[in-house]
Design a protein around this ligand. Structure first.
Ligand code: CA
Length: 214
C-alpha cells in the first residue's frame, strides 16, 4: 500500500513498483490510508509523513495501535531528521528520503517483506525450487524455470507462506489491485501452470478452503 498525497510522486511510485512486480493500492490522504491500512492486509506499506489531513506519524500510530504489524517504509524530506526519528519511534521499519530512485524503494520493500516473513536470505527455497525475489528468477533442481509475471508473483506469495492454506480470494487480492478486473478462474489457471512447470504436487488444492504449497 502506498499513502502519498503528491500525485506526481504517487504516479511514479505506483507505476515503477507495478513494473517491478508489486501490486500497489494507493491512498491519497491520511484518513484514507489509516482506514485502508487498518482494515485490509498488506505485505508492506509506504507512508509519506507529510500528508494534508492526518499526519503520517499519526496514521502509523493508528495502524500499530490496532495491531497492524506490516512493515512500514516512511518517506521523508531530506532536511527533516526529526521527522525520521518521530516516524521510527512510532513504529516505522525503515525510511527513505525524497528525492529517491524507485528501484531503491523496491529493493528496500523486498528486504522489509523478506525480514517480516522471517527470512534473512534473499533466496526462498521449497524442496528443490529456488526463487529470488530481487532478480525475479526461479530454478528447479538448478535449472531455470520460465515464469510469467503473474505466475512468479503467485509462487512468491506461496513461498513466503509455506505450510499455510491460502484462500482463492486472498490470492486474487494479492494478484490484482482493487481497480483491476478480477476473475476467480485465473487463480486455478495460474496454479495449473505452476504445477505443470514445477511438478504436480507442488501446490495442493484443499477443496473449499484454498491452496497450500506442498
Ligand atoms: Ca506529501
Amino acid at each position: 500500500m502506498l499513502v502519498e498525497d503528491d500525485p506526481e510522486i504517487a504516479k511514479r511510485l505506483t507505476e515503477g513498483l507495478r513494473e517491478a512486480g508489486f501490486v500497489v493500492e494507493h491512498a491519497a490522504d491520511g484518513e484514507m490510508g489509516a482506514a485502508l491500512g487498518g482494515s485490509e492486509d498488506f505485505d508492506a506499506a509506504i507512508l509519506d509523513l507529510g500528508l494534508p489531513d492526518v499526519q503520517g506519524v499519526e496514521v502509523l500510530r493508528r495502524w500499530r495501535k490496532s495491531g497492524r504489524a506490516m512493515p512500514v517504509l516512511i518517506l521523508t524530506a531530506r532536511s527533516s531528521w526529526t521527522e525520521k526519528v518521530d516516524g521510527l519511534n512510532a513504529g516505522a521499519d525503515d525510511y527513505i528520503t525524497k528525492p529517491f530512485h524507485v528501484p531503491e524503494v523496491a529493493a528496500r520493500l523486498r528486504a522489509l517483506i523478506r525480514r517480516s516473513s522471517g527470512k534473512s536470505t534473499p533466496t526462498m527455497t521449497f524442496r528443490d525450487i529456488e526463487l529470488s525475489p530481487a532478480s525475479g528468477t526461479v530454478t528447479a533442481a538448478g535449472t531455470p524455470v520460465d515464469l510469467t509475471a503473474h505466475e512468479f508473483r503467485l509462487l512468491n506469495y506461496f513461498m513466503h507462506r509455506q505450510g499455510r492454506v491460502i484462500s482463492q480470494s486472498e490470492l486474487l487480492d494479492h494478484l490484482y489491485g482493487y481497480d483491476q478486473e478480477r476473475d476467480p478462474n485465473t487463480i486455478e489457471v495460474y496454479v495449473g501452470r505452476l504445477r505443470k512447470k514445477l511438478g504436480r504436487d507442488v501446490i495442493k488444492t484443499l477443496r473449499g478452503l484454498g491452496y497450500r504449497l506442498g
